[in-house]
Design a protein around this ligand. Structure first.
Ligand code: HEM
Length: 116
């Protein structure tokens, strides 16, 4: 059970790496745009996160305030990616605030996970 949980943590981290890596790749290339890879990373991190939010394979209490905040941030990132991608398709460009917010909020969620 514990090893299975660790596998799900690994998938959660892979999702984070895909989302944040895809975002950094665009940022350093000075391309203010969202890509499908970001959606896949968010979906994987979110799905694995929800599975981890259930208390199995651990002997300690989960911090549900922390998890609730992470879930809220994930929903905001999802909304930004969804609305931003639609706008990008329609107008050909993305407001830079939406782009930067996705990177900042993704890093914020990782920081909450590690530092709280
Ligand atoms: C973009 C969204 C997210 C990012 C970037 C993210 C990032 C991370 C990172 C980097 C860790 C590893 C922390 C460590 O091992 O010290 C972690 C762990 C964890 N995350 Fe997330 N997370 C996200 C969303 C979520 C969501 C939505 C949930 C659930 C509501 C969640 C639940 C968890 C749990 C329970 C752990 C601890 C796993 C364990 O050690 O058993 N995460 N997250």
């Amino acid at each position: 059970m514990e090893i299975l949980r660790h596998v799900v943590v690994l998938l959660h981290l892979v999702g984070f790496a895909i989302l944040f890596g895809a975002w950094v790749a665009e940022a350093v290339s000075r391309r203010i745009r969202f890509t499908r890879v970001m959606d896949w990373g968010l979906a994987l991190a979110g799905l694995a996160g929800l599975i981890l939010a259930a208390p199995w394979g651990i002997e300690y209490e989960l911090n549900y305030v922390k998890l609730g905040i992470k879930l809220g941030i994930l929903v905001v990132i999802g909304a930004l990616l969804g609305i931003g991608s639609a706008r990008q398709r329609r107008t050909g460009s993305l407001p830079s605030a939406m782009f930067w917010l996705v990177g900042i909020l993704t890093l914020t969620n990782a920081a909450i996970a590690v530092l709280w």
